[in-house]
Design a protein around this ligand. Structure first.
Ligand code: ADP
Ligand code: MG
Length: 238
């Protein structure tokens, strides 16, 4: 895909395949196109040219994308944002069940059970009846993760999920991400946390100026001795 903003090419002919069960971490300097890439995968931004396929959905992005197609892509690629984005007027459990009930039209009783299970999984069984404003940032982000999981997407997308959190709250969210990764969920995560990337990622993508400078195994990225740009990036983050 290609993505332009006012003539500036934010994604330059990006061609990627993401496999089921893999955790990919996207690294790169600020402004390199990491968020744009995630948002294009989710069709929050629409690339001017390219194709996007998930299983039996195949879209030619040069033509127009219908509302139905956009919704199908969104349902298969749930996004967790830096700023949590919970519905402030809804209690925690209501936040989690909202999508499955209203978008997926699932039976409310079954969804409530599932929602409680997902909240237990992220360590928030005791907060189902709280409002987002009564939770810490780390807890709110864990609700956002449970809400994304409730949609049963094929891919989970995370755009700097811990960068709005204090360091002591970051760990509890990273632990949830690590558990999901070990469970075999298919995840694409933008982060600046290199230790997390090293520990959890199966694959690293390194972006700069809308191009992919590295796409490969995590170990190869961190052991890389040839690419000066990657070495200086890693050094600058330490
Ligand atoms: P990153 O997430 O790696 O920091 P972004 O994907 O946010 O980078 O941005 C990539 C490039 O696209 C930057 O030059 C940025 O200024 C530009 N850009 C991103 N979103 C928009 C937008 N909505 N309008 C105009 N330019 C944008
Ligand atoms: Mg970004």
């Amino acid at each position: 895909m290609h993505k332009f903003f006012d003539g500036h090419e934010a994604l330059k002919n990006i061609n990627l395949t993401f496999n089921k069960g893999e955790t990919t971490v996207i690294l790169g300097p600020s402004g390199s196109g990491k968020s744009t890439l995630l948002r294009c995968i989710n069709l929050l931004e629409t690339p001017e040219r390219g194709t996007l396929s998930i299983d039996d959905i195949h879209l030619d992005l040069s033509g127009s994308v219908s509302k139905k197609e956009r919704l199908a892509i969104r349902q298969n690629t749930a996004m967790v944002f830096q700023s949590f984005n919970l519905f402030p007027h809804m209690k925690v459990l209501e936040n989690v069940i909202e999508g499955p009930v209203t978008v997926l039209k699932k039976e409310r009783i079954a969804v409530i059970e599932k929602g409680k299970m997902l909240l237990a999984k992220v360590g928030l069984s005791h907060k189902t009846e709280s409002y987002p404003s009564q939770l810490s940032g780390g807890q709110q982000q864990r609700v956002a993760i449970a809400r994304a999981l409730a949609m049963e997407p094929k891919f989970l997308l995370f755009d700097e999920p811990t960068s709005a959190l204090d360091p002591e709250l970051e760990g509890e969210v990273l632990k949830v991400l690590k558990d999901l990764s070990e469970e075999g969920k298919s995840m694409i995560i933008v982060t600046h946390n290199l230790n997390f990337a090293k520990e959890v990622a199966d694959r690293i993508l390194f972006l700069e100026n809308g191009e992919i400078l590295f796409d490969g195994e995590t170990k190869k990225f961190f052991d890389n001795k040839e690419n000066d740009r990657i070495q200086s990036f890693i050094q600058s983050m330490q």
